[in-house]
Design a binder for this molecule. Structure first.
Ligand SMILES: C[S@@+](CC[C@H](N)C(=O)[O-])C[C@H]1O[C@@H](n2cnc3c(N)ncnc32)[C@H](O)[C@@H]1O
Length: 265
């Protein structure tokens, strides 16, 4: 069944961060805590411990209500600006950053990353959480469809931009995806990095009873978009999605990781 395009207004009205977290990231019930998170967290671990991607500013684009994507990255940057299109997601991010009692629990993901680094004792996990809370200096509104995604805020160019499971949400077609990548490119310093991890061949995902559309993009289209947007691709990884959720809450067949660079001139 074709899923009609989910408009920005529908995101504003119907994306519920509590349902989203419960459906995908809740430690017991979440449908994406296995294959997806292990893939994404391992890739971030590898790239941010290899030493080549570091600097002053990291932009975390379209974070939703999530912080898992910062667990390895936070060690390599002096300043992190995280962001999402939706106010309700930015509120959840702020709650976690303030350590509010009802903030979402990301402890299993913190433990997983600390284990990858070989220090999964409680003290190391606690220090990692504190490091993220200290390094994230802003939570901003972003819109991938705008030429300046942070308009009206003028952003300093970043050494690196990361984004997970985001661009396929607002982009209607491959052309719009390529344009969104061009918009992100302007936020990055010449020679700076972009790391995107997301789903391939996915046309919808559910949050509670609400079905959201997703850009059904193939590996070939995704790589061509990066090139057309003017990035130099350094590494691509794909894994098949073999985990079948109990219900048909999403329909991706694989996940991708792309590490690319904005050329120096
Ligand atoms: C599937 S969620 C992914 C959230 C999170 N990054 C994660 O890894 O779970 C899709 C995200 O796209 C965001 N989004 C929707 N429209 C957007 C737009 N025009 N620009 C940027 N992000 C948008 C939503 O707010 C939501 O956080």
């Amino acid at each position: 069944m074709e899923t009609p395009y989910t408009s920005s207004q529908t995101y504003i009205d119907e994306f519920d961060p509590v349902d989203y977290y419960r459906t995908y990231y809740h430690p017991e019930e979440g449908a994406m805590t296995g294959e997806w998170l292990h893939f994404a967290l391992r890739n971030f671990h590898e790239i941010f411990t290899s030493g080549g991607v570091k600097g002053d500013l990291l932009i975390d684009f379209g974070a939703g209500p999530a912080i898992y994507q910062l667990l390895s990255a936070c060690k390599n940057f002096n300043n992190i600006i995280t962001s999402d299109f939706l106010e309700q997601n930015r509120i959840e991010l702020q709650k976690w950053l303030r350590n509010d009692p009802d903030a979402f629990d990301w402890t299993p993901m913190v433990k997983f990353v600390c284990e990858l680094e070989g220090n999964s004792d409680d003290e190391s996990c606690k220090r990692r959480i504190e490091k993220i809370r200290r390094t994230v200096t802003k939570v901003l509104k972003c819109d991938a469809l705008k030429k300046n995604p942070f308009d009206p805020v003028e952003m300093p160019q970043a050494d690196c931009l990361i984004s997970c499971l985001c661009l396929e949400a607002p982009c209607k077609d491959v052309e719009s995806f390529t344009n969104a990548l061009r918009n992100l490119k302007a936020l990055i310093k010449p020679g700076g990095h972009i790391i995107i991890q997301s789903a391939l061949n996915c046309s919808y995902y559910y949050i509670g009873k609400k079905r959201f559309s997703c850009l059904r993009i193939t590996k070939e289209e995704m790589e061509a978009s990066f090139k057309e947007a003017g990035f130099e691709i350094l590494k691509v990884k794909i894994i098949a999605c073999t985990e079948n959720p109990k219900t048909d809450i999403y329909n991706q067949d694989s996940y991708y990781f792309v590490h690319a660079r904005k050329p120096c001139s």
